[in-house]
Design a protein around this ligand. Structure first.
Ligand code: NAD
Length: 383
């Protein structure tokens, strides 16, 4: 019965075909010059063009910034800021996975605040970023509603959590499951497991509250039920709908209540390798759960039940162990690579990564207090 506060500043539009009303959403924000931030992969399948045409048809000026790459860097943000200033845009749209949405969030923050991106690593900006609409095309990061943008500093070898304040949340999250249908099965798998990692960490950490519990547990249930279906058959619309919803609920939950040791580790780990973010999280997740479950067996037992495990007659400890088995089985079913070494993490970097991880904000709220040697053991077991 703890006291808590909770907020979800983004206005959410959710459902099939919602992206077709993008011009209405820009008008709702009072915008007339839009910078559409996206990546070349999505350009190849025509999604940015569709959005651009709808905006032009509504007499809204639009330019496309297509330089986003997975794990966007400070340099990409700087290039986007220049393009936004040259064009004089008044509204941003982030169209894509977390990388495009995060880049748009960072551009909007830099335009109204100035300075260096790293000035806002773990710090809130003074001024509200430019008005922004996030249109997710993956069901993974929840960035369309979160209070942070993740930007890589390649020189410092770290992925920085930048902004950390509710005003970083996009004004509008325009969530259209139809836009996720084109995601190939491996991206569907990695991103879906990323969302699961968010939900499990937000549900089990010590900062959780009754509202984040409801969001996170429902998210775990939806991902447990629908991820295999979305991976097996990308145009299963029911699976796409509930995966995007599961991802949204996980994002809302961790935006408010943060995460745990998986994200403490992957924040520096992402600076050392170019592995897909979701894959690295997901490979670490069951190893982190093995370390964590004795810190709060009841919560991990709930995770097992939400994932559809039959825990009738089990003690909390037994059911908690079952949650690890359920996550491992799901990861195997959707073909997650079996270890960190398979996605480019090098054994010789582990100690530096774990030393850096110890100063991450998620360490203090992890369900079990870790030392650096624990993090090293988790990473080595996950290799
Ligand atoms: P991504 O945005 O990096 O995209 C990965 C690839 O998938 C790209 O090549 C892209 O073109 C392709 N793709 C995306 N949607 C597609 C579609 N519908 N059809 C075909 N191809 C598609 O992937 P992501 O996992 O969504 O985002 C990862 C980034 O998000 C990382 O940088 C991570 O750190 C960040 N992140 C941010 C937050 C946050 O709250 N801000 C949370 C978690 C992760």
């Amino acid at each position: 019965m703890k006291n808590f506060s909770w907020q979800l500043p983004s206005k959410i539009y959710f459902g099939n075909g919602e992206s077709k009303k993008v011009a209405d959403r820009v008008n709702e924000l009072g915008g007339s010059k839009v910078l559409l931030v996206t990546d070349r992969g999505l350009e190849q399948i025509g999604l940015p063009d569709q959005i651009k045409t709808m905006l032009l048809d509504a007499s809204i000026e639009v330019e496309v910034f297509n330089e986003v790459k997975p794990d966007p860097t400070v340099e990409v943000v700087e290039s986007g800021v220049k393009k936004a200033k040259d064009f004089g845009c008044d509204t941003l749209i982030g169209l894509g996975g977390g990388s495009s949405i995060d880049t748009a969030k960072a551009i909007g923050m830099m335009i109204t605040n100035g300075g260096e991106v790293s000035d806002y690593w773990g710090n809130p900006p003074k001024n509200k970023p430019l008005p922004m609409i996030a249109i997710p095309t993956t069901a993974g990061t929840g960035s369309e509603v979160t209070f942070v943008t993740v930007i890589k500093d390649t020189k410092k070898k770290v992925k920085m959590g930048v902004g950390y304040s509710p005003q970083m949340a996009p004004d509008i999250a325009l969530c259209d499951p139809e836009l996720t249908v084109s995601a190939p099965s491996h991206i569907t798998a990695f991103t879906g497991l990323d969302a699961l990692t968010h939900a499990v960490e937000a549900y089990t950490n010590t900062k959780h509250d009754p509202v984040s519990d409801i969001f996170a547990l429902k998210s775990i249930e939806l991902i447990g039920k629908y991820l295999r279906l979305a991976v097996a058959n990308g145009d299963n619309m029911e699976a796409r709908y509930y995966m995007l919803l599961g991802n949204l609920l996980a994002g809302a939950s961790f935006a408010n209540k943060l995460l745990g040791i998986v994200h403490a580790i992957t924040s520096p780990m992402g600076g050392y390798c170019d592995a897909p973010h979701g894959a690295v999280n997901a490979i670490l997740l069951p190893h982190a759960m093995k370390f964590n479950y004795i810190g709060n067996p009841e919560k991990f037992a709930d995770v097992a039940e939400a994932m559809g495990e039959n825990v009738v007659g089990m003690t909390d400890l037994e059911a908690a162990q079952q949650s690890i088995i359920a996550v491992q089985q799901l990861s195997r079913d959707v073909n997650l690579p079996s270890g960190l070494s398979k996605v480019g993490v090098k054994e010789e970097d582990i100690e530096d990564i774990c030393n850096a991880a110890m100063s991450n904000v998620n360490i203090a709220i992890n369900p079990r207090k870790p030392g650096v040697e624990d993090l090293i053991a988790i990473c080595k077991a996950a290799m």
